[in-house]
Design a protein around this ligand. Structure first.
Ligand code: FAD
Ligand code: UDP
Length: 407
C-alpha cells in the first residue's frame, strides 16, 4: 500500500526545510519534501567551486536578524562566523564608502567633515516629503537629488527595469543612511554566517528529521501530486505557477551570474586595488550603480572567512524574467500587488488545482498553506521566512493534534 504522508511540502528552501524539521521532530508528523532542483537549500544553497572557494550559488546571502528566536532555532544546526558586512560603491572611476555615511560625505565634498556638517548639508538638500510613497521619494527625502542620482537611480533602474518612482519605498528604504562613520550595510543586531556554510546547516536540518522525512530531489511536485496521499500541503514555490497563471503572470526579476576564479599569482597583481593579499577587490561586495551592465561584484570569501589561497568573484547581471527562468525577486510595486491579491484570495479558499485530483485520490479535508518568498510574493529576507515558517509549523502541528492528520 502506498505511504500516506501527513504533510506534502513543496520546495526545500529555508521555508520548506524549517517546516519539515519542526513537523517531523516536534509534532511527530510524516512529511514528504519535494524539490525540483538537484539540491536542498533553495536560493541560500552554497558549495565549493572548482577553485575550492565556497560560493553562494544564487547570489550573496548575508544572514542577519533581530529575532532571538530565529538565532536560537538555527543555532541547533550551526555554529556562527560573525561578519561585519561591508560594501563599497564604484562610480565616477573610484570606490565610495557605502551605504551613505560620514565618510561618503567627506569623499563627496573632498575634505574631512563632522556629523554636524553632514546633517546641516542634508537638511539643506533633502526634499521635504512627509510620507514617502515610493523608492525615489524615500531616498530624496533623506539625502536629496544629487546623492540619489549618484548611488540609487541607475542601480535601481538596472536591477528592476523600473523607475524607483514605480517601486514601493521598502525597496530602496532598506539601505541605511547614516551621518556617523558606521558603514555596515545592514542594520540588524545579529550578523553572521553559518560557520561551515549554509548547506551544512541544511544537511543537519534534514538529518534531524530522521525517518519521519522523505526527501525527493530533482522532482517537480506535479510529477508525484496525482498519486501521493497526504493530509496537508505546504507550498513554497511561485503562487502564480501553482494556479496555472489563472490571473496572469506575476512580475519577477531574474539574474545571471558570471563567475571568475583567480589564483594567488593572478591576485598578486591586484593587491594595490584589493588592499589585501588573496583578494580581488577591496570589499565583500562592490555595487556599480552607473557604469556597467552588472549591478554588483561579490567576492564572498571576504565574508565567509574561508582559508583558501584562490578566490572567486561573481558579477551579477539583472535579467528579464520569463517562465522557465528562476524568479529571484518578486517586484514590490502596487501593480504587482494587485495581481498577487487575486492569487491570495484563491489560496485563502483552499482550492487545490486539478493536478492533485487527477489521480482519483480524495482530497476532502486537505488544506494548503503558502509560505516563503515566492508563495506569498514578498521580498523577504531569510530570517523573516524562517520566523514565518516556525509560526506556520506550530499552527499545522496544533491542527494535527486533536485527532491526528492521518486517519
Ligand atoms: P527559496 O529559497 O526560493 O526556495 C523555494 C524552493 O522551492 C526552491 O528551491 C525551488 O526550486 C522550489 N520549487 C519551486 N517550485 C517547485 C516545484 N514546482 N516543485 C518542486 N520544488 C519547487 N536574504 C537574506 O536574508 N540575506 C541576503 O543577503 C539575501 N540575499 C539574496 C540575494 C539574492 C540574489 C536572492 C534571490 C535572495 C536573497 N535573499 C537574501 C532572500 C532569500 O533567498 C530568501 O529569503 C529565502 O531563500 C527564501 O526561502 P524560501 O524557502 O521562501 O524560497
Ligand atoms: N540600491 C541602490 N543602490 C545600491 C544598492 C541598492 O539603488 O548601491 C537599491 C536597489 O533598488 C536595490 C535595493 O536598494 O534593489 C535593495 O538593495 P539590496 O542591496 O538590499 O538588494 P538585494 O541584496 O536584496 O538584491
Amino acid at each position: 500500500m502506498a505511504t500516506v504522508y501527513d504533510v506534502l511540502i513543496v520546495g526545500a528552501g529555508f521555508a520548506g526545510l524549517t517546516i519539515a524539521e519542526r513537523l517531523c521532530t516536534r509534532h511527530g508528523l510524516r512529511c514528504l519534501l519535494v524539490e525540483r532542483r538537484r539540491h536542498i537549500g533553495g536560493n541560500a544553497y552554497d558549495h565549493l567551486d572548482d577553485h575550492g572557494v565556497r560560493i553562494h550559488a544564487y547570489g550573496p546571502h548575508y544572514f542577519r536578524t533581530n529575532s532571538d528566536r530565529v538565532v536560537e532555532y538555527l543555532s541547533q544546526f550551526t555554529a556562527w562566523h560573525p561578519v561585519q558586512y561591508r560594501v563599497k560603491s564604484f562610480t565616477d572611476g573610484r570606490y565610495w564608502s557605502f551605504p551613505i555615511n560620514l565618510e561618503t560625505f567627506e569623499q563627496f565634498i573632498g575634505r574631512p567633515a563632522t556629523s554636524e556638517e553632514m546633517e546641516a548639508w542634508l537638511a539643506e538638500h533633502r526634499v521635504p516629503i512627509d510620507q514617502p510613497a515610493n523608492s525615489e521619494e524615500i531616498i530624496v527625502s533623506q539625502v536629496g537629488w544629487e546623492l540619489y542620482e549618484k548611488f540609487f537611480r541607475g542601480y535601481t533602474l538596472k536591477q528592476w527595469k523600473r523607475h524607483p518612482r514605480d517601486l514601493s519605498p521598502s525597496v530602496c528604504g532598506r539601505i541605511p543612511i547614516r551621518t556617523t562613520r558606521d558603514d555596515r550595510y545592514l542594520r540588524e543586531k545579529f550578523q553572521a554566517l553559518p560557520a561551515a556554510g549554509y548547506t551544512a546547516l541544511f544537511d543537519r536540518m534534514v538529518a534531524a528529521c530522521g525517518d519521519a522525512l522523505t526527501l525527493m530531489l530533482d522532482t517537480d511536485y506535479r510529477e508525484i501530486a496525482p498519486n501521493t496521499d497526504f493530509r496537508h500541503l505546504v507550498y513554497t514555490g511561485p503562487i502564480d505557477e501553482f494556479y496555472d497563471y489563472a490571473f496572469g503572470d506575476l512580475p519577477y526579476r531574474s539574474l545571471r551570474f558570471e563567475k571568475e576564479g583567480f589564483t594567488p599569482g593572478q591576485l598578486a597583481e591586484r593587491q594595490p586595488i584589493s588592499g589585501k593579499a588573496g583578494f580581488w577587490q577591496p570589499a565583500m561586495q562592490v555595487n556599480y550603480p552607473n557604469d556597467e551592465d552588472f549591478t554588483r561584484i561579490v567576492e564572498i570569501k571576504h565574508a565567509t572567512g574561508q582559508d583558501c589561497d584562490n578566490t572567486t568573484i561573481v558579477r551579477e547581471y539583472p535579467h528579464d524574467y520569463t517562465r522557465g527562468r528562476e524568479p529571484y525577486y518578486p517586484v514590490p510595486s502596487p501593480d504587482a500587488e494587485a495581481i498577487y491579491e487575486k492569487y491570495r484570495s484563491l489560496a485563502a479558499v483552499g482550492t487545490l488545482p486539478e493536478v492533485f485530483t487527477a489521480g482519483g485520490i480524495s482530497r476532502a479535508g486537505v488544506n494548503a498553506s503558502f509560505v516563503g518568498r515566492l508563495a506569498t510574493y514578498r521580498y523577504y529576507n531569510m530570517d523573516q521566512v524562517i520566523a514565518l515558517a516556525l509560526e506556520k509549523a506550530e499552527q499545522i502541528g496544533e491542527m494535527s493534534r486533536p485527532k491526528g492528520l492521518t486517519t
